[in-house]
Design a protein around this ligand. Structure first.
Ligand SMILES: Cc1cc2nc3c(=O)[nH]c(=O)nc-3n(C[C@H](O)[C@H](O)[C@H](O)COP(=O)(O)O)c2cc1C
Length: 197
């Protein structure tokens, strides 16, 4: 039986805001473990001027959010027996480097190990990849993850819901991720064409 437990991993791709928004939304419905890579913290500071210490402080008192070091390879999250009843592991955003590590089964940090465990335990693994354009190496790595049961969900905001702010665009992407893990949400306006012609 799956429980409302999730892992959100933030890596050093552009769009750290997707991961932050996602962990905040998921913390309203369950327990969220958060792992930020070393480079994820660098991009967080570059894109949002949020320092690692401020990030840790902000969520310290939230009982539904537990932030785990990406160096803590002995974390319970690295174990199949702990992760097996989670509803999902989401890497948002996912860099091409992290994508490559997961696709090739190498573990340099806890994020890679959690993803490996999610794939072997058949826990839903979603990679919100961000790069443009893709090389064949990226595409092959995405193919391998897809064949292994993971979901490649590119950070591709749409325009059919008439976004007017960056927040609208972020909410669209985060809403689609919540849809993928079966969490009801109204973060974006769904397409409801009346087929008028
Ligand atoms: C401001 C900034 C933006 C970046 N954006 C991307 C990106 O969109 N996609 C990507 O694959 N790498 C991006 N990178 C490079 C990654 O941070 C780099 O490959 C790093 O090794 C990823 O490490 P990690 O996957 O362990 O977090 C960016 C780096 C910086 C400093």
């Amino acid at each position: 039986m799956k429980e409302n437990k999730f892992v959100v991993c933030i890596t050093g791709a552009s769009g750290v805001i997707y991961g932050i928004r996602l962990m905040e939304e998921l913390s309203k419905v369950g327990k969220v473990y958060v792992v930020v890579s070393k480079n994820g913290y660098i991009v967080m500071e570059k894109e949002h001027k949020i320092k690692k210490t401020d990030f840790l402080k902000k969520y310290f008192n939230n009982p539904n959010i537990e932030i785990v070091s990406d160096r803590n390879i002995a974390s319970k999250l690295a174990s199949g027996s702990f992760l097996t009843n989670f509803k999902g592991v989401i890497i948002a955003p996912c860099s091409m480097s992290t994508l490559g590590a997961i696709a090739n089964g190498v573990n340099y940090n806890l994020i890679h190990r959690i993803s490996e465990v999610a794939l072997k335990e058949r826990v839903k693994l979603i990679l919100l990849v961000r790069e443009m354009p893709y090389s064949l190496i990226h595409i092959e790595n995405m193919r391998k993850i897809t064949l292994s049961g993971g979901i490649i969900a590119p950070a591709s905001p749409s325009f059919y819901h008439y976004p007017t702010t960056v927040e609208d665009m972020v909410n669209f992407v985060v809403g689609k991720i919540l849809d993928l893990i079966g969490i009801e949400n109204n973060l974006y306006r769904r397409w409801n064409n009346r087929d008028e012609n």
